[in-house]
Design a binder for this molecule. Structure first.
Ligand code: FAD
Length: 435
């Protein structure tokens, strides 16, 4: 019998005899909630669960903040679990309450309201904080990050007055913020340090196509521009940006959104003496250097990698829940990620590593008039990276083969045309043919 079933039988027997343990989850974002959901499926009776969330809301899908900003969705539509769900599962939920201390000796967490809750197991899911460039004026009224529903509410309120906005950062978040503000009626300029948008996800051709499409929709761009200062109106509010260029040129704006990156939120873990580097360092079972304490999500550093997308968090949460449930048979080995931009009418897909060197081979398809561009980078006969613009229908198919490490040599000639051209009689996998 496979080891899994043996372990499962053992775990089921122990479920019946073990008293409930105390589990505390710090951070009620996407990763923290997913651990709880997975754990409820695996071992609903194992723990008394307490959750602390610094935000006032019960829980919501952070990814969908962009459609909320653009007015395509309401906040109610993006709520994940309401308070009734937590109550129904006997979970004590403290929202608008931050944990400020972890007393590892007493195995107790302490919140900013002075509440003390004991734990047998602790999960840190504190996410990230938006990085704010510390230029003069970064703390003026009217300078906003794009991380939480509170930020979206402030942007919506500011956009109701119309006017001009600058979004600093031409990455995924910056472009989604810019598009949302534009949809809300603001005149928006994207200010980006590099000469191409989304330089970590796109190559120059795809980035140029993207910039062109966004410009056609009404966005303006200031590329290769570094912000020297945010200028005040004299009454503590934003009036403009000043750039680090020869003329110290300026841009008049009423709102500045900073979308220049995120930093893992590790202060609490560090102050509790847990080993942190870029993030809270965990092993393949998502345990920190204190084996009673797990960490998942954007706050984590695993095998030197930190992530800023949700797909890795689902994998991490599953492994963490599995161990909390005493199944003990799954490990996290890292994730390959894919990115899509949530701007209506723009199809863009990027995954993996598309940098070229002497060991790579690149396949491209370009129909610029139709706005379609595809680039696939192969390394040792496998897909190492893919960039699709204008036609992303095959994105997940390429991604599946990339993750699986499929040797695509036998259908290399048709690969760039997509799945439909590979699944024909002309392209039969050699070992299938032999069978
Ligand atoms: C606008 C936007 C769009 C995005 N779009 C995409 C997308 O299209 N695709 C994609 O894959 N990813 C996207 N992401 C990223 C994705 O949302 C994150 O990867 C994911 O939310 C991270 O989950 P997390 O639980 O680690 O962190 P979070 O969701 O940030 O949750 C952490 C929570 O912990 C709370 N917390 C922190 N410290 C404490 C404390 N001491 N006590 C109590 N609570 C605390 C925080 O307040 C927060 O609520 C987007 C992010 C944003 C902001």
């Amino acid at each position: 019998m496979p080891a899994y079933h043996t372990l499962r039988r053992h775990a089921d027997r122990t479920d019946a005899v073990q008293p409930r343990l105390d589990l505390v989850v710090i951070g009620n974002g996407m990763a923290g909630l997913r651990v709880i959901e997975d754990l409820l499926e695996l071992a609903p009776e194992r723990y008394n669960v307490t959750v602390f969330g610094a935000e006032p809301q019960a829980s919501y899908n952070r990814i969908m903040l962009s459609p909320v900003l653009a007015g395509d969705k309401t906040f109610d539509e993006i709520q994940s679990r309401d308070r009734a769900w937590y109550a129904q599962h006997g979970i004590a939920l403290y929202t608008g309450e931050s944990v400020v201390d972890i007393d590892r000796r007493r195995r107790m967490v302490i919140s900013d309201s002075g509440r003390e809750v004991p734990y047998d197991r602790l999960v840190l899911a504190t996410g990230s904080t938006a990085f704010v460039i510390p230029v003069p004026g970064h703390d003026l009224d009217g300078v906003i990050s794009f991380r939480a529903i509170g930020d979206v509410e402030r942007m919506v309120e500011a956009s109701a007055r119309g006017g001009r906005a600058a979004v600093i950062g031409g990455g995924l978040l910056g472009l989604e913020a810019a598009y949302g503000l534009h949809r809300r009626g603001m005149e928006v300029t994207v200010v980006h340090l590099q000469s191409q948008l989304m330089e970590r996800q796109l190559d120059a051709t795809a980035a140029a196509l993207l910039q062109h499409s966004l410009a056609q929709r009404g966005l303006s761009f200031r590329m290769g521009a570094e912000t020297a200062a945010i200028v005040s109106d004299g009454a503590g509010r934003v009036a403009g940006l000043r750039f680090k260029d020869d003329d110290a040129s300026t841009l008049d704006v009423d709102l500045v959104v900073m979308a220049v990156g995120i930093r893992p939120n590790i202060e609490l873990a560090r102050s509790a003496g847990l080993h942190c580097d870029k993030g809270i360092v965990v092993n393949d079972t998502m345990q920190t250097f204190d084996p009673r304490i797990y960490a998942v999500g954007e706050c984590v550093e695993h095998r030197k990698a930190v992530y800023g997308l949700v797909a890795p968090l689902w994998d991490q949460a599953r492994v963490c829940a599995n161990h909390l449930a005493w199944r003990g048979h799954s490990q996290y080995g890292g994730s390959v990620t894919a990115t899509q931009l949530k701007v209506t009418g723009i199809d863009m897909y990027s995954a993996g590593d598309f940098a070229e060197d002497e060991h790579t081979e690149t396949l491209t398809f370009s129909d610029i008039r139709r706005g379609v561009y595809k680039r696939i980078v192969l390394r040792d006969g496998c897909i190492a990276g893919v960039v699709l613009y204008g036609d992303t229908a095959d994105g997940s198919w390429y991604f599946k083969h990339m993750r699986a490490g499929t040797d695509v040599s036998w259908f290399r000639d048709a690969l760039i045309f997509g799945r439909a051209f590979v699944d024909t009689d002309d392209h039969v996998e050699p070992n299938r043919e032999a069978a």
